[in-house]
Design a protein around this ligand. Structure first.
Ligand SMILES: [Zn+2]
Length: 426
């Protein structure tokens, strides 16, 4: 009996590894590889989870390889969303943020729907900034084990906040006041297994567009230094200019939102090569869903509309000053699947479609320290590849509109295939 079951397991392992080991040859009409090269009639050879080779024209296909013909589409690297909230799950009935509390395991399970929507938008990697009860850590690990389907995750666990209010909804995060408490909180977050530290350097979020600085410069500096001393990186949220100024001065690795930054702060951000993730579009979907989904109070839409304009203007200024800009959706609840709409704002602020695409591929790969394995379709890189309808170098809508994402491979596995469904024009 025991022997039989061992044999069964061995047989299963043997067959499953054979299935995984199969070489795939993927054909694209055009391939934008992420390193600046464009291949026509491209053939990408994928072996296990990695890209083996990329070639143009009638490149030879290895004997026995599975041929996947996507020649009517353009291939691009798997997209990276540098700012998400994957465990903010909405059931479609109640009002998000006012749902009854859920067990963390339930949250992680339900959030698989968000993970699926990310993949369907072509997003194969995310940086997730703030989750309750270790839910993003659990999802990251399950996805890496192959037991859950979703984008590759780099996570911060709990975000660090100052004590402000105990009124509902209680903010998710570790409360820390004073330098010692901040140091302790950063160490707790890293000890929990987080890849990143997230610090809330100002008020603001959802319908609240206030911009008050929360942590002092000394507290922010302590957070940055403690994070770096342990070999990790930190992302600092600031809705307003004061928190942004101190985050930049303290040497944050990435700066989130940062509306109304002054010229001096922008110049310093550029000089220090700090990544800037403006997250413009998320307030747009708050406006679109303010009444029907979020039930925001009167006046919220107007305040958000005003904030969006200033957020965009700051981002435009930063881009023209030479800032390293990244696409971050700040996706929550029903924003999942709209992750790449941010690209439209980036093009609107003056980026070429190629530059915008870099802000969602090679640039965030560098932020994550993964520039040798993510963000490009190139030999040795993870086989994270997306097939889109249309030419993203001519019209970024080929990527930003999720209906144009037709097929997605993550680490050599096909995770989305809509090539046989109804075709939509560009
Ligand atoms: Zn966020």
């Amino acid at each position: 009996m025991r022997r039989a079951s061992v044999l069964a397991v061995l047989f299963f392992l043997a067959t499953s590894s054979t299935a995984l080991a199969a070489t795939k040859a993927i054909k694209f009409g055009k391939l934008v590889d992420g390193t600046g090269r464009v291949f026509t009639n491209a053939v990408v050879i994928v072996d296990n989870d990695r890209v083996q080779s990329v070639a143009s024209g009638n490149a030879p296909i290895p004997a026995g390889a599975e041929v996947i013909d996507l020649s009517r589409y353009t291939g691009i690297p798997g997209l990276i969303d540098a700012h998400t909230h994957i465990t903010y799950y909405w059931d479609g009935n109640s009002t998000p943020r006012y749902e009854p509390p859920r067990h963390p395991v339930v949250t992680a399970f339900l959030a698989q729907e968000n993970a699926q929507k990310a993949l369907e938008a072509g997003v194969t990697t995310i940086r997730n900034l703030n989750s309750p009860d270790g839910t993003d850590l659990a999802m990251r690990d399950l996805i890496n084990m192959g037991k859950m389907i979703g984008p590759r995750m780099f996570v911060s666990g709990l975000g660090i906040r100052i004590t402000r209010s105990t009124a509902a909804p209680t903010p998710i995060g570790i409360m820390a006041d004073g330098v010692d408490a901040v140091i302790h909180a950063v160490r707790q977050v890293i000890a929990s297994g987080a890849d990143w530290v997230k610090l809330y350097g100002s008020t603001g979020g959802f319908d609240d567009v206030t911009q008050f600085q929360t942590f002092t410069f000394e507290e922010i500096k302590a957070a940055v230094d403690t994070t770096h001393a342990l070999g990790k990186k930190i992302a600092i949220h600031s809705y307003g200019p004061a928190g942004a100024r101190d985050a930049v001065r303290a040497g944050t690795d990435s700066l989130e939102h940062a509306t109304d930054m002054d010229d001096q702060t922008i110049a310093e951000l550029v000089k220090r090569k700090i990544y800037y993730i403006p997250t413009i579009d998320h307030n747009q979907y708050y406006v679109e869903n303010a009444d029907s989904v979020y039930h925001f109070p009167p006046g919220a839409k107007e305040r958000l509309g005003d904030y969006i304009q200033r957020n965009f203007e700051t981002a435009r200024k930063a881009f023209h000053a030479g800032a390293r800009m990244l696409v971050g959706s700040d996706a929550v609840y029903n924003g999942w699947g709209l992750n790449m709409r941010e690209l439209d704002w980036f093009v609107k602020m003056g980026m070429t479609p190629a530059q915008a695409l870099k802000a969602a591929t090679t640039e965030p790969a560098a932020l994550l320290g993964m520039d040798k394995s993510l963000g490009a379709v190139a030999p040795g890189f993870f086989a994270d590849i997306v097939a889109v309808e249309g030419d993203p170098l001519a019209n970024i809508g080929a990527v930003s509109k999720r209906e144009n994402v037709r097929w997605v491979m993550k680490a050599g596995r096909v995770v989305v295939d809509k090539t046989k469904g109804p075709q939509k024009s560009n």
